[in-house]
Structure formats: structure tokens, C-alpha cells
Design a protein around this ligand. Structure first.
Ligand SMILES: [Cu+2]
Length: 388
């Protein structure tokens, strides 16, 4: 008995007794204080924090936290990395016809044995979809600019009249020509000022293949706004080896509240529209071929993002990289090829089976138009229509 009493006393001293030693009034007071502080915290966060849903945050019923046009809207007009983020000024820009297409062969005039071409960098309102116009920087009013199909050994001249509101230059990407004609602004030449004309002249090098030309002044803005075009070098006596030859020039666009901004990954300006040859699916061209015909796709990384381009229904063979033919034994057979900025891949396949086969980027956001799919795709999607 004594032992048990002793135990009880010890428990009580150690505070393990079930009877509360704190007065009830004090417990109520502390509880009320705690609840009051919680309520104050919620109210203060509500006043000073931003928990509201902005217009544009909800797209097609999906909330888009921190992506796409909603979060970028706040950046528009602000200064980032030294760039003033203003939309392209289209107040003076002509509107390209809705049916206009880029990659059109550029005519030349022969002047004393030199093939003379005219390229005019200019702002244009360009339709990437029937309902979406972008403020583009273009060569001769189209995106991409005109196609230059040049022949090995030809002497060529390019008269460049800058009608942009800012300086520019043209770089002939991948070509082995004289350094003075390389078009690197502030390195091999002075930038071409607005209203000025600059003339490039060189001999087409003996390296047939797929190349492109693009601005080399403020390229992060200018090229991302459309200043690029296809440049093909052909041998002197070209022998057709394919039935259908399709250039595929890729680009990304950032369109916020109808204003066009250059898509800049590292400045947080994520693109929300994507184009093949200046058009978003379903406005991209359809490749019509018959079973057994040979198709060549000339993929050009003319944008600023990497695109894993994928063909449904059959693989393709990579026959040239960056304008250089791949020896037959080394040609990879693949159905997806990563096309990075500046890269070119010529891929070929023989149409296998009838049907509408997709060719598209496999970053699936890149096959939407502002986050929305139309007719089974969007952006970097096109159809290879194989018939019997
Ligand atoms: Cu992509």
C-alpha cells in the first residue's frame, strides 16, 4: 500500500496527473489568441499577396499556372536583360494577303554575268492562321523569306535595302565564302542602318545542299520575328533523285493580347504559336504523294527552340546533315530527329502505305495553337497524304 501511494505522489509531481493544473480560463484565452492570429494572417496575405485568377489564366477549362500568355502578359512592356519588351510596332506595316506563302523562288536579273537578287527586310502583318496575325520581321514581305536556289560556281549579288526600324545584316548560314561577306554585324561589317542599302557578292561554293540565310544583328529578336529564308545550293547539272522535295522551316511565336514578341526561352518568353514555313496547322501545307514515290524533307532549325520531328507510319533515312551528304553506310534510319537551332537535316523515305500520315513535333505543346488542338493538332503539324 505504501508503495502504491508513493507511486501516486511521484506521478503527480511529474505532472502526469490527469487533472489539468492550468486554469480553464487561460486555455480559452490562448485558443482565442491563436485563432485570432490565424485569421489576421489570412487577411494580411489576402491584402498584400495576389491570389486572384487573371484573365487568360484559364484556357479551355485548364488552369495554366505560370505559363503561356497569362504570366507573360505582366512581362510585356517591362525591361528584361536589357531588352525593352514591347510588341512589334505594326502601325506602318502592310498586311500580307492571307493566302501568301513563304519559300517562293526569288527571281534574279543578270548583270554583267552576275545573278543579282534583291532582299528587303521589312515589317509585315503576317497570317499564321486565318484568325491569328503576327507582326513579323520579313524578307520581301513573307515568312520565311523567298527561297534562294543557287548553282555551284555562280557569281551572285544580293542588294539588301533595310526597311526595318532598326539596323540589320544577312548571314549566309553554313556557306564557305569570303569572310568580308559573312554578314556578322559589328564583326565583319557595320550593321545596315534603317533606310540604307548594302550589297553582298560572292561565288556559290562547290557544296550542294540545304542551307539558310538569316539576320545577324540582334538575332534573338530579329530571327525570332521571322528574318530567315531557305538557301539551296544545287550542282551544275542537277539530276532529280526524289519525286517530292519539301522544305520545312520551323519557328516559334509569342503572341500576347494581339501583340507579337520574339519567343525567347531564357528570357521567360515562352512561345504559344508555332509555324512550319510560316503557317500553323491546319494551315500548313499537305504533302500529296503516291505509294512508291520518294519524298525528301529539308528540315531547317530556323527558330530558337529544339523540335523532335516525328513521322507516323514509317521511318526515314537521314541523307544529309548541315548541307553535308551522309555516306550511305552511315545513314541512320529513324522516325524522329531532333532539329536544333541552326541545324539542317535532309531526310528521305519512299511512301509505303495509303492514308493521312502525320509529321509533327513531339513536344506536344508545340502541336497546339495557344494551347488548343484543332483538327487533331496545331502548330508544328503537317499531313503526308499518301494515295494508291
Ligand atoms: Cu517542337
Amino acid at each position: 500500500m505504501e508503495d502504491m501511494d508513493k507511486d501516486k505522489a511521484t506521478h503527480a509531481e511529474m505532472g502526469h496527473d490527469m487533472q489539468p493544473r492550468v486554469p480553464r480560463a487561460q486555455i480559452v484565452l490562448v485558443t482565442l489568441l491563436t485563432l485570432g492570429m490565424l485569421a489576421a494572417g489570412i487577411l494580411i496575405a489576402g491584402w498584400f499577396g495576389d491570389f486572384s485568377m487573371h484573365a487568360g489564366t484559364v484556357m479551355e477549362g485548364h488552369t495554366m499556372p505560370g505559363t503561356s500568355s497569362s504570366s507573360m502578359a505582366g512581362m510585356a512592356g517591362s525591361s528584361m536583360g536589357g531588352h525593352e519588351m514591347q510588341p512589334v510596332d505594326v502601325s506602318q506595316a502592310p498586311t500580307a494577303p492571307i493566302f501568301a506563302r513563304g519559300n517562293q523562288p526569288l527571281e534574279f536579273t543578270l548583270v554583267n554575268g552576275v545573278k543579282e537578287y534583291h532582299l528587303t527586310p521589312q515589317v509585315v502583318l503576317w497570317s499564321i492562321l486565318p484568325t491569328v496575325q503576327v507582326g513579323a520581321y520579313s524578307y520581301n514581305g513573307t515568312v520565311p523569306g523567298p527561297m534562294l536556289r543557287l548553282t555551284v560556281g555562280d557569281r551572285v549579288r544580293f542588294v539588301v535595302k533595310n526597311e526595318l526600324p532598326e539596323p540589320t545584316s544577312i548571314h549566309w548560314h553554313g556557306l564557305q565564302i569570303d569572310n568580308s561577306q559573312d554578314g556578322a554585324a559589328d564583326v565583319t561589317q557595320k550593321p545596315i542602318e534603317p533606310g540604307e542599302t548594302f550589297t553582298y557578292e560572292w561565288t556559290v561554293p562547290p557544296t550542294p545542299g540545304t542551307y539558310f540565310y538569316h539576320t545577324h544583328f540582334n538575332g534573338d529578336r530579329q530571327q525570332a520575328l521571322g528574318l530567315y529564308g531557305l538557301l539551296e545550293i544545287e550542282p551544275q547539272n542537277p539530276v532529280p533523285t526524289v519525286d517530292v522535295d519539301v522544305p520545312i522551316l520551323l519557328q516559334e511565336w509569342t503572341v500576347i493580347n494581339g501583340g507579337t514578341f520574339p519567343a525567347m526561352d531564357f528570357a521567360g518568353m515562352q512561345p504559344n504559336f508555332f509555324t512550319i514555313n510560316g503557317k500553323s496547322y491546319p494551315e500548313t501545307e499537305t504533302i500529296n504523294v503516291k505509294v512508291g514515290q520518294k519524298v525528301r524533307l529539308r528540315l531547317v532549325g530556323s527558330g530558337q527552340f529544339i523540335h523532335p520531328m516525328h513521322l507516323h507510319g514509317q521511318p526515314f533515312r537521314i541523307v544529309a546533315t548541315d548541307g553535308n551528304p551522309v555516306p550511305e553506310g552511315a545513314q541512320l534510319l529513324k522516325d524522329t530527329v531532333l532539329v536544333g537551332p541552326g541545324e539542317r537535316y535532309d531526310v528521305e523515305f519512299v511512301a509505303r502505305a495509303p492514308g493521312k500520315w502525320l509529321f509533327h513535333c513531339h513536344i506536344n505543346h508545340h502541336i497546339t495553337n495557344d494551347g488548343v488542338e484543332e483538327q487533331g493538332g496545331g502548330g508544328l503539324t503537317m499531313i503526308v497524304n499518301i494515295q494508291e
